[in-house]
Design a protein around this ligand. Structure first.
Ligand code: TRP
Length: 474
């Protein structure tokens, strides 16, 4: 094998220097950008939420991405081993690696359900199409899809099977090749849709909704959601970027790679909003429609635009691919723990973790359904959630809430503290500057990671929990 580095004899590395950027962008750009970001922006009233999100990306997300990549590149290990290698055996820091592995299980279990819906929509757009349907009929279709156990569970399992097959094929042949072709295609198709959206009468209203901070809907919980989503969308806080960084060649520029990935990701998220909201506003629909937003609003657009019958299946294929390159990174984190730490073969580790995650996702796949076990499934998961004080959330919502708003910010905080305070000065500086033309931002980055990032994350936690309000500070 023509590995370009001498640092590790057995570990495989990306084929090319852009290999990391492609795979990391593939991980970052996913359902978080196209499915989740528009609907949580809608629920939180637009403007302010988007602004806080952008500040979180630039000030907290980008420095943490550099920290994760650095930890991976320097240690050449997946999260648990990386924390051990850069501290000492049995150090409590290793717990942050395990938290990451656990988070991968939680996120992928419901992520795959939503990805499964996009697979079903490929089928729907080819078999029936959306032409001639009213916006209300299209909205009802989503309710029927999410509410059907056989559709949701079936496509969830199918999606997990595809993810397992690719990850089992290894990082060079599976992940890198898929990302190289699919990400640029997605980008071009989104540009086409954006141009169409700009011709719709609701475009002006949509731009104002997204970029004008005026809404009173924004709350402390919204700030935590913006912070959590900035981690979710950049694939941070659970070691995915540590894992991908560990396959990185020493000559790759950490600073440039992290900034490129973050910019691409943010661009796709904003484009998604500027495609979805004009469609909704043009037909007078509510932007706070929740998780069904992309599945309801995109088909409305396709049913009305010229060429929609052809573009609809293409869009859902690409959505499924964007989800796939992200799902791959989630499964890779879980599996690489067993490969690197337990010495289990890739095939067995991927199959074992993949099947466990598929089973864990079944409650999420059934969380909107009423058709099985007598008509009570959805209602009973909601009763269950009352135990956590989260009435109205079903299983999928709850897993997403738990992972995005708590596990990822806590994981990200630990990673930032580790990289900033625990990793040795020399190793950190070398890892950061090696191969980089941006070595001179090292000191700035370190100060931000040491002080700004932890204080900001803790402040958002305090704000969201209402403690700051009780003290009369906000
Ligand atoms: N970033 C992906 C998205 O926006 C989801 C994802 C992939 C992820 N890998 C991750 C989120 C690791 C958190 C951590 O859809």
């Amino acid at each position: 094998m023509a590995d370009a580095t001498k640092t590790s004899t057995v570990r495989s590395h990306w084929r090319s220097r852009v290999g990391f950027v492609l795979a990391a962008a593939g991980s970052a750009v996913g359902l978080g950008n196209i499915w989740k970001f528009p609907y949580i922006t809608g629920e939180n009233g637009g403007g302010w939420f988007v602004l806080v999100y952008l500040v979180c990306i630039a000030l907290i997300g980008v420095p943490i991405m550099m920290a994760e990549v650095l930890i991976g590149k320097t240690s050449q290990r997946s999260p648990v081993g990386a924390f051990r290698a850069l501290s000492k055996p049995r150090s409590p820091w290793i717990l942050s690696g395990w938290l990451g592995v656990l988070t991968a299980f939680v996120i992928l279990s419901y992520y795959s359900v939503v990805a499964g819906w996009s697979l079903h929509y490929i089928w729907l757009s080819v078999s029936e199409g959306f032409n001639g349907q009213t916006p209300d009929q299209i909205g009802d279709t989503f309710g029927a899809v999410a509410g059907s156990t056989s559709i949701s569970v079936g496509w969830h399992l199918a999606f997990m099977a595809i993810t397992i097959a690719i990850v089992a094929a290894g990082i060079r042949n599976g992940i890198e090749v898929a990302a190289k072709v699919l990400m640029p295609t997605l980008f071009v198709l989104m540009l086409v849709m954006l141009v169409y959206a700009a011709t719709r009468s609701g475009f002006g209203e949509a731009v104002a909704f997204v970029f004008q901070p005026s809404s009173k809907k924004f709350t402390g919980a919204g700030a935590l959601e913006a912070l959590g989503h900035s981690f979710f969308t950049l694939s941070l806080g659970m070691g995915a970027m540590i894992t991908y960084g560990s396959y990185m060649q020493k000559s790759t520029d950490i600073v440039k790679a992290s900034v490129t990935v973050s910019l691409l990701d943010t661009l796709v998220a904003l484009m998604s909003c500027l495609i979805l909201f004009p469609m909704l506003f043009t037909v007078g629909k509510d932007p706070a429609a929740g998780p069904g937003l992309v599945f309801a609003s995109m088909p409305i657009a396709f049913s009305q635009m010229p060429g929609g019958t052809i573009l609809a299946p293409i869009f859902f294929v690409l959505l499924a691919f964007a989800a796939l390159t992200s799902a791959i990174s989630l499964l890779e984190v879980a599996a690489s723990y067993f490969i690197d730490e337990q010495g289990i073969s890739r095939a067995v580790a991927v199959l074992g973790t993949g099947i466990t995650i598929a089973l864990l996702g079944i409650p999420s796949a059934m969380s909107n359904s009423t058709e099985i076990f007598g008509a009570q499934t959805a209602a009973s998961t909601e009763n269950f959630m009352q135990v956590f004080g989260k009435e109205g959330m079903n299983w999928l919502d709850f897993f997403d809430y738990l992972a995005s708003n708590w596990m990822l910010p806590i994981g990200a905080l630990l990673i930032a503290l580790f990289a900033a305070w625990r990793v040795g000065d020399e190793a950190r500086k070398q890892g950061f500057t090696e191969g980089s033309t941006w070595g001179n931002v090292y000191m700035i980055w370190l100060q931000v990671l040491r002080y700004v990032v932890p204080i900001a994350i803790v402040a958002v936690f305090l704000y969201a929990s209402g403690i700051l309000a009780k003290l009369g500070w906000v």
